[in-house]
Design a protein around this ligand. Sequence first.
Ligand code: TMP
Length: 261
Amino acid sequence: MKKGKKLYEGKAKIIYATNDKNLVIQYFKDDATAFNNQKKTTIEGKGVLNNRISEHILSNLSQIGIKNHLIKRLNMREQVIKLVEIIPIEFIVRNVATGSITQRLGIEDGTILKEPLIEYCLKNDKLGDPLISEEHILTFDWATKKEIDKVKKLILRINDFMIGMFRGVGIKLIDFKLEFGRIKIDGKNEIILADEISPDTCRLWDSITDKKLDKDRFRKDLGDLIPAYTEVAKRLGILHEQSNVSAVNVTKLSSIKRRKK
Ligand code: TMP
């Protein structure tokens, strides 16, 4: 597979063309941003961990019949994915109230929700990804009713699966963000899961201590983001001693780079 020109650069990933018009390469950067790009830095090794963790979750989802864009991981930072037309909506799924919803609605942090709550945000950096309703989506044709109904069903299956997967390794899935894309498969229009699922896009708390193992370590200046992401990868059984992305290597790499600065 030949890597072609850059097609798109987002805050944490870059998309490159390939010699196959239906496939693109997704490159995971080390850049971390929060609060719509107001806070940003580079965290050595984050992209490597997100690439591995997202590959693991998406391939597990595909094994339970949730179609997604992942073809295969290419190397430490890249994966081959199917080219889709991204639906311009961030689908937020919440099991426990924390983050923006606690401030927006005055809900107490840590409140367990009686049902998973789905929220929609318009993917528009200039507007700060505003919260929207299903009616907005239909009025402005961002997606059809059929697409939204399909996505909602997929989201609930993904949430159930991921809650169980994380619970099995001592982690609570508090909330997360999903993106979906349109694609033609065998001449049929389909909606598949796209983007990434990683500690950048989920809130993950240790089941016993509630320690944050996700991007809130950066958002809230808690430090030790790489050890936290490494912990998630290790618990999921992704990192092995012989792997180049072992906890020690990633931590060593970042501390060496830090000392050099
Ligand atoms: P929030 O509490 O800031 O609205 O975030 C809810 C979840 O969605 C949390 O797991 C982080 C994730 N998220 C993203 O992945 N990207 C985003 O741009 C935002 C705002 C949230």
